[in-house]
Design a protein around this ligand. Structure first.
Ligand code: NCD
Length: 325
C-alpha cells in the first residue's frame, strides 16, 4: 500500500507513469494488457541500453531492499543486477535467521524498519498472502518475489516477455505447463496472466499435483480453453511453449508422496522429436532433473535466455515504480 509519498522535485526529463509510480507489485491480477505492453516496451528498451552501454544512472541514488526468507539465486541476483545496472544500490537480507526475525520480530515491523532505509522492498516469504500483509504495513512499494505457493508476479511478467521476444506474440499460442502445478507459484501467476491473451493452455501433471481449482476457474472465467492430462505426449505436438517446472519437494507434507511423483516427467532430446520445430522450452529454474542437460544445446531450449530477459523486466519494473521510466 502506498500512502503519503513525498512529492519531490522531478529532475528534467523525468517521467512518472501514474499506473505504476509508487505501486506495490503483489499479483498479476493487478495488471491489464495495457500495463503489460508498457512493461514489455520498457524492458525492450532496457535490453537495448544494456547491450549498448551496460550500466546507466536512471535510478542513481535509489536504494532497494531484497528481503528473502526463502532461498533464491535468480530472483534475488537479478534484482541486484537490475538496480545496479540502473545506478542504484541494494540492501541484501538473505539469511533472516541472522537478523531480528530470529528474535521474534513480526514481518510488519521488519518491513517498516527496512523502508526507512530504502525506496522499495523485494520480498520472498514462505507464506501465501505475506506480500499483501507486508504491503499493508509498509508505505513504500513491496514487490512480491514469491509468497509460498501463492504468486510470483515478476516471474510471470518475465515469462510472458520471454514469449513475446522469442515467438513475436502471445496471441494464438498453445502453452503447455508441466510438472508441479499444485505448488508452483510461477505457473499460478503465469496462467492468470496468459488469460489476458487469446491462448489455449494445457496442464500436464501427476493427478496429485494438478493446477488448483481457483486458478482454473479464474482462467475459465476469462474464456480460455484449458485441458488437463497426465500424458504429455497427447498435447506436445500442438504445443508452442512448453513450460516445465520442478516438483517442489519442500512444499510436500508427506515425503512418500514426493518420492512417488518426483521422477514423473523428464524432457530429453527424444521427447522433443515429437515437438514443433519452432516451439520453445521454458523453465523458471532451478531444474532438478526434469529437463536433461542434453536438451540445452537445442535452439528451442529458451530457459537460459529466459533468465536474461528477467533482468530487463526487473529493470523496467524498478524504473516504473520508482518513477523514472
Ligand atoms: C521459482 C520459484 O522460486 O518459485 N524459481 C524462480 O523464482 N526462478 C521456481 C522454483 O523454485 O521451482
Amino acid at each position: 500500500m502506498t500512502r503519503g509519498l513525498t512529492t519531490e522535485h522531478l529532475p528534467f526529463g523525468e517521467k512518472r507513469d501514474p499506473e505504476f509510480f509508487g505501486k506495490d507489485i503483489l499479483s498479476v491480477r493487478q495488471f491489464d494488457r495495457e500495463h503489460l505492453e508498457t512493461i514489455f516496451a520498457v524492458a525492450h528498451e532496457m535490453r537495448g541500453m544494456v547491450q549498448r552501454v551496460g550500466t546507466f544512472d536512471l535510478l542513481k541514488g535509489k536504494v532497494l531492499t531484497n528481503l528473502f526468507y526463502e532461498p533464491s539465486t535468480r530472483t534475488s541476483s537479478s534484482f541486484v543486477a537490475a538496480i545496479q545496472r540502473l545506478g542504484g544500490s541494494v540492501i541484501q537480507i538473505n539469511n533472516v535467521t541472522f537478523s531480528s526475525v530470529s528474535k521474534g520480530e513480526t514481518l510488519a515491523d521488519t518491513v517498516k524498519t527496512l523502508e526507512c532505509y530504502s525506496d522499495a522492498i523485494v520480498l520472498r516469504h514462505p507464506e501465501k498472502g505475506s506480500a499483501a500483509e507486508a504491503a499493508e504495513a509498509a508505505e513504500k512499494p513491496i514487490i512480491n518475489a514469491g509468497d509460498g505457493p501463492g504468486e510470483h508476479p515478476t516471474q510471470a511478467l518475465l515469462d510472458a516477455y520471454t514469449i513475446v521476444e522469442e515467438m513475436g506474440t502471445i496471441d494464438g499460442l498453445t502453452i503447455t505447463m508441466l510438472g508441479d502445478l499444485k505448488h508452483g507459484r510461477t505457473v499460478h501467476s503465469l496462467a492468470r496472466l496468459l488469460s489476458m491473451y487469446d491462448v489455449k493452455i494445457n496442464y500436464v501433471s501427476p493427478e496429485i499435483l494438478a493446477m488448483p481449482d481457483d486458478v482454473i476457474s479464474e482462467v475459465a472465467a476469462a474464456g480460455i480453453e484449458q485441458t488437463a492430462t497426465t500424458d504429455l505426449s497427447t498435447v506436445l505436438p500442438d504445443t508452442d511453449v512448453l513450460y516445465v517446472t520442478r516438483i517442489q519437494k519442500e512444499r510436500f507434507e508427506d515425503a512418500a508422496d514426493y518420492d512417488n511423483v518426483k521422477d514423473s516427467y523428464v524432457i530429453t532430446p527424444e521427447t522433443l522429436e515429437n515437438a514443433k520445430d519452432d516451439m520453445i522450452v521454458m523453465h523458471p529454474l532451478p531444474r532438478v532433473g526434469e529437463i536433461s542437460e542434453d536438451v540445452d544445446s537445442d535452439p528451442r531450449a529458451a530457459y537460459f535466455r529466459q533468465m536474461e530477459y528477467g533482468m530487463y523486466v526487473r529493470m523496467a519494473l524498478l524504473a516504473l515504480i520508482l518513477g523514472r521510466a
